[in-house]
Design a protein around this ligand. Sequence first.
Ligand code: ZN
Length: 74
Amino acid sequence: MSASEPWSERRKNRVTVPASCDTCGGARGFANLLVTKLPDGRVQFDPHVTGVCTVTVEEDAARTVMNALARWLG
Ligand SMILES: [Zn+2]
C-alpha cells in the first residue's frame, strides 16, 4: 500500500466510484458510490457515503451484478 494510491484503493474491502444520483440531481459524477464487502460476505452499496440509505445484497446477487457488468463492459 502506498500513500500515493487513491483512497478507494487503500482499503481492499471498499471501493468508491464517481456516480450520479437521479433523485438528488446534479452533474454526472457528483455523488460518490461506496461499495463495501462486509465481513459476512454480503456487498453493500452506499450511494452518498452517508450510511443513511444503503442497499445490501447477498453474495449470489453481487455475482449477478458482477457478471452483468462484465458482459456489458466487455
Ligand atoms: Zn441522492
